[in-house]
Design a protein around this ligand. Structure first.
Ligand code: FES
Length: 217
């Protein structure tokens, strides 16, 4: 349990008691394995690393297999999206759990890479982007960081130039971006790498057409 919940439990036991009673009652018809899998997904959704680790271990203790955990993550794709699933798998791999290690050593099925021709993509209304701010966005399966300065826009690939980790919105602090994997830092207004690494974010060509921000990749 988080320190904050522990604190609230002591400070407002009567109120928090109802909350925990609700949680207990809400899952009373589910078996422990399913309950813990659902908790894993909720922790991934809010990207709470400590909670994810805690409930993942519980799910495994209750008999969940690694492939069931992966299935649950993939089934939740419509709500989690690829970036959160990748984040969760990164956390899981960092735990060095034997249940997961053998899966990564299975020879990968050779899938022919889908090579899509570079094209212009409609990122969204340019007016929706605040001046002087960096915003995380998704467009046609591509994660983007977009910086607006007055009438000019800079659109960056959200994948880290180091090892391709998809960088999520949580990594953004104002205009500074820190890749969660090895902590390369980027200035998201220019894409420059400002700490640890040596390669900038990939910048996509962009333009505004009839009020829509378009980017080319
Ligand atoms: S993958 Fe981003 S810093 Fe290594």
């Amino acid at each position: 349990m988080s320190d904050a919940l522990n604190y609230l439990l002591k400070a407002r036991p009567e109120a928090l008691g109802h909350y925990f009673a609700f949680l207990k009652d809400a899952g009373k018809h589910l078996d422990p394995k399913t309950k813990n899998l659902i908790s894993v997904i909720t922790k991934v959704d809010v990207q709470t690393e400590r909670g994810l680790k805690q409930y993942l271990k519980r799910a495994l203790r209750e008999g969940c297999t690694a492939v069931e955990v992966l299935d649950a993550l993939l089934m939740a794709f419509p709500t989690l999206g690829l970036a959160k699933i990748i984040w969760a798998v990164d956390v899981i791999l960092s735990m060095d759990l034997p249940e997961f290690s053998h899966l990564g050593s299975t020879p990968a099925v050779q899938v022919a890479p889908v090579v899509s021709k570079p094209a212009w993509h409609d990122v969204g209304p340019s007016a929706g982007l605040k001046d002087g701010e960096v915003q995380r966005s998704e467009c046609d399966g591509m994660g983007l960081f977009i910086y607006r300065k007055a009438r000019s826009f800079a659109v960056f690939d959200s994948r880290c130039p180091h090892q391709g980790t998809t960088i999520t919105e949580l990594a953004l602090d104002g205009t500074k971006l820190t890749c969660p994997k090895h902590q390369w830092e980027f200035d998201a207004t220019s894409g420059s790498c400002i700490k640890k690494g040596n390669s900038p974010l990939t910048r996509f060509e962009s333009k505004v057409v009839k009020g829509r921000l378009m980017a080319f990749w």
